[in-house]
Design a binder for this molecule. Structure first.
Ligand SMILES: [Zn+2]
Length: 220
């Protein structure tokens, strides 16, 4: 799952007093950003094994700090605390932490068993990466539904096309992920590409959400 992770961020952004869309995009991929950062010094590790799943050649064999349930929850709490310090809004902090925690549960659907509860086996993963006929429509439905909800429940000055640019960039990034060339072997290009993609998407989301606000319920 790649852009499907941003669905909880878009939904959370429709709530009153939520954190900004850019912050929520970072939350959605926080543990993948952490994973990419920890790949560089080799604290966490992966290798490329072509064909290990139908859709994705990554063998994610060591990621105890970012993709264990316990690790993800710790990242989520720390990120929530950071948002609280920055905004002093309890709703924003709790929402950002929930979005960060959602990452593990969405990964659980698509990963082959490489996710742990606390860094040790047993390993979990329902393996939808081996079932593209399910995984691809599911990802499109998640992000499409969330974008529609975001557009319906927020408003902006007339003629604002920023969310459409965000949607186009998301679609483009996902198309590269699905159909683009795959790295033949692991190198630092892998974490570098991840960090670049997440920074670009979060920056675009911050820009797209900057002049939108939650639509007030009728009569409020
Ligand atoms: Zn992940």
């Amino acid at each position: 799952m790649f852009i499907g992770h941003f669905a909880p961020a878009l939904i959370m952004a429709t709530r009153p007093r939520a954190a900004g869309l850019g912050t929520l995009f970072v939350a959605a991929q926080l543990v993948d950003i952490g994973f990419a950062a920890l790949l560089v010094p080799g604290i966490e590790a992966m290798r490329i094994i072509p064909g290990i799943t139908a859709m994705n050649p990554m063998d994610l064999y060591r990621m105890p700090y970012t993709h264990s349930l316990l690790g993800t929850l710790i990242w989520a709490v720390l990120f929530g605390a950071l948002v609280w310090f920055a905004t002093k809004r309890r709703e924003a902090a709790i929402g950002a932490a929930l979005v960060a925690a959602s990452h593990w549960f969405i990964d659980l659907l698509v990963h082959i068993p490489d996710l742990t509860l606390y860094g040790m086996p047993p390993r979990f993963g329902f393996g939808l990466w081996n079932h593209p006929a399910i995984a691809m429509p599911l990802e499109i439905a998640l992000i499409g539904g969330a974008l529609a909800c975001y557009m319906r429940r927020t408003e902006a000055p007339a003629g604002n096309r920023r969310p459409w640019l965000l949607a186009s960039l998301l679609a483009f990034a996902q198309a590269i992920d699905w159909f683009g060339p795959k790295e033949p072997a692991y190198s630092l290009a892998v974490p570098a590409t991840m960090l670049f993609a997440y920074a670009l998407l979060a920056g675009t989301a911050a820009w797209a959400g900057a002049n939108r606000r939650q639509r007030l319920p009728a009569g409020a």
